[in-house]
Design a protein. Structure first.
Length: 322
């Protein structure tokens, strides 16, 4: 079949747009800076113009008429039923309340789905990646922050308005530092890219270390993989916090699999080996035996691929409305 869908992965830093075919392959794509400080109207306009550009570029390689819909994955909490942003943090100022679906539908006259950015990663992993064998699984995305998606019997768990799966704001230390969400000790403060940097800076200052690496997540992980003892102490704390979090998720949801994606998950095999070992120690035997902990497969394109895949798979097969 010649069908294509336009996918949009919208984050606080960049907007990734692509035309995707039904096998999950990219036909044309572009990445533009979000420039979120310009405000919601400017971001929405940039996204719409980006979609128009993809449609125009398709004329050189495929028929524009092959496009059957537009799928969008956005940072923030998304009211899936209306395609509106229910809440977004300050990395996307003014984004709360933006009627994404209505504006995009009005411009292009195509079916449009809008969902949270990690929910669409779950769709990508289910259709094309690590989650293909599983009907009940959890995705945890370790990026600048920590996001989550819950799939139960092939359905995304959405909650009252679409906010379910905010796994980054489960606390692993009720006496920990205050999070932007209002809670204390959220896993996002320990296992995200910014969280690892925070933990590293805190431990450097507390211990008087003078490491050759900077308090940056990539540098910490690289130093850890090279055997640096101070980086190893930092990562031991990060892995302890993350394994505590994953154990709580497993005990709550009893999933077949926990799939870890995002930039931090690219730390390598040693990261997953240590994470499995520590999570196994913290999880009830029967629960742990029933769960597989594994890395996501699709990588940095999962958001845009999953966003596009909404067009074919909602209400028809694989992950349905829920």
């Amino acid at each position: 079949m010649n069908e294509l869908a336009i996918g949009v992965d919208l984050g606080g830093t960049k907007i990734h747009l692509a035309a995707i075919d039904r096998s999950g392959q990219t036909v044309v794509e572009s990445i533009v800076p979000t420039e979120a400080k310009q405000g919601a109207a400017a971001v929405l306009n940039k996204m719409v113009n980006g979609i128009a550009d993809i449609l125009s570029r398709l004329k050189d390689v495929r028929r524009e008429g092959d496009v059957v819909g537009i799928g969008i994955g956005s940072a923030g909490q998304i009211d899936f039923s209306s395609g509106t942003v229910a809440f977004a943090v300050d990395t996307l100022p003014g984004w709360t309340g933006t009627p994404i679906r209505d504006k995009v539908t009005e411009r292009f006259g195509l079916p449009v789905y809008v969902d949270n950015d990690v929910n669409v990663i779950a769709i990508a992993e289910k259709n094309f990646g690590a989650a293909r064998p599983y009907n009940s699984f959890v995705c945890i995305a370790l990026g600048t922050g920590v996001g989550g998606a819950i799939v139960e019997e092939g359905r995304l768990v959405r909650g009252a308005f679409g906010g379910a799966g905010e796994l980054g704001h489960i606390s692993v230390d009720f006496n920990g530092p205050r999070c932007s969400c209002g809670n204390h000790g959220c896993i996002e403060l320990y296992a995200s890219g910014t969280g690892i940097a925070r933990v590293a800076a805190e431990m450097i200052n507390a211990n008087g270390w003078q490491p050759e690496w900077q308090a940056d997540s990539r540098e910490v992980i690289a130093a850890w993989n090279s055997g640096d003892p101070h980086a190893s102490e930092v990562m031991a704390k990060v892995i302890s916090a993350l394994s505590t979090h994953i154990s709580s998720v497993i005990h709550t949801l009893n999933p077949e699999a926990v799939i870890i994606g995002g930039g931090v998950s690219e730390a390598g095999p040693a990261f997953f080996e240590a994470l499995r070992e520590e999570t196994g120690r913290r999880t009830g035997a029967a629960m742990w035996k029933a769960t597989t902990l594994l890395p996501a497969e699709i990588g940095s394109g999962a958001g845009v691929i999953g966003a596009a895949a909404q067009i074919w798979h909602y209400g028809t097969n694989t992950i349905n409305h829920g």
